[in-house]
Design a protein around this ligand. Structure first.
Ligand code: AMP
Ligand code: MG
Length: 320
């Protein structure tokens, strides 16, 4: 097992074709056994042996346009992929990462590497080697430090087993890009709402409450001025009630919050993707128990940001 950087988040990898190695990933993370792993490759010719059908023309077009990069495609699996990797599913999720250290690791191993995010289960995904160390010290033998991750959110997971690509988890590759390449795209309806009692989502990871800070998080949406004013009120009320509030805001809005305690989420949706998980970890480190975050429009990479933020807040969204 080795933790390694990718352009999305840090991964915890092991030989994808070795069921024992893969089981150790689940143990180290405390990951539920029904949550499948993504298999990482460093060359297109590693894909064929993992899957049991030829990729469709649409899948080929997506691979040409977005690989290497923050995109995971789901195909029917071959017998070479252990059930431990796919958590018993008959499909396998495959990604070709762009990060040079990730590619060098897979090349050196000369085999595909199964890897989920390198956090303890239930914690925000790690975007620096320090985050990995915080969660996994003593549980993994090695962490490769490649600096902060560029994208900062996990890959876009796309189910390619139907007629139209279906986004199961939004990420750095946007619905707009997929639509342009494939002429159509569907966003799974579980992306922007809480799951119902007992619901089994197409992306098993969606049923777990990831990305949850310890404090209660409220998202405030609306026009910029109204949002700043609403969040300021909520903050002041929380403070008056004896809580320890914290604001998560776009860089440009920070001065408008005056002396209130606030963390920057960067300049725009891409900045927010990059900053979000780090900010959620910082919020815990600061002991914040009432968090108020600005929203961004749910288009482009904003869909991925609002999916993660929404799940961190248990979809507690108020209008300013
Ligand atoms: P992680 O890399 O920790 O973000 O976890 C990988 C995620 O990919 C899981 O939570 C799943 O939701 C998703 N995934 C992996 N394999 C499959 C699959 N065969 N079908 C649907 N979703 C998958
Ligand atoms: Mg994860």
């Amino acid at each position: 097992m080795v933790a390694f950087p990718t352009e999305t988040v840090y991964g915890l990898g092991a030989d994808a074709l070795n069921a024992d190695a893969v089981r150790r990933i689940f143990e180290a993370k405390g990951r539920p056994g029904d949550n499948p792993l993504i298999v990482h490759i460093s060359a297109l010719d590693q894909l064929g042996p993992l899957i049991s059908v030829e990729p469709s023309p649409m899948a080929r077009a997506l691979m040409d346009a977005c690989w290497p990069g923050p995109m995971t495609l789901i195909f029917p699996k071959s017998d070479a992929v252990p059930m431990a990797v796919t958590a018993g599913l008959d499909t396998v999720a495959v990604r070709f990462p762009a990060h040079p250290a990730a590619r060098a690791l897979i090349d050196a191993a000369s085999r595909p590497i199964a890897a989920p995010s390198a956090n303890r289960s239930g914690r925000p995904s790690p975007t620096t080697a320090r985050h990995v160390l915080e969660d996994m010290d003593g549980r993994v033998p090695m962490i490769l430090d490649g600096g902060p991750c560029e994208v900062g959110l996990e890959s876009t997971v796309i189910d390619m087993t139907g007629d139209v690509p279906r986004i199961l988890r939004p990420g750095g590759v946007t619905p707009e890009t997929i639509e342009r390449v494939c002429g159509g795209v569907r966003v799974d309806d579980a992306v922007m709402r809480p799951l119902k009692e007992g619901e089994r989502p197409r992306s098993p990871g969606m049923k777990y409450r990831h990305y949850a800070p310890r404090g209660e998080l409220t998202i405030v949406q609306g026009g910029a001025e109204a949002v700043v004013s609403k969040i300021s009120d909520l903050y002041d009320n929380a403070l008056a009630a004896g809580n320890s509030p914290l604001i998560l805001a776009l860089e440009g809005h920070l001065p408008a919050y005056g002396g209130r305690r606030a963390l920057s989420l960067g300049r725009d949706a891409a900045g927010m993707a990059h900053a979000l998980f780090n900010a959620l970890r910082d919020a815990d480190a600061l002991g914040a128990d009432a968090l108020f975050s600005e929203a961004v429009p749910a288009d482009g990479v904003g869909l991925a940001v609002m999916n993660r933020l929404g799940r961190a807040a248990a979809f507690n969204v108020v209008d300013a």
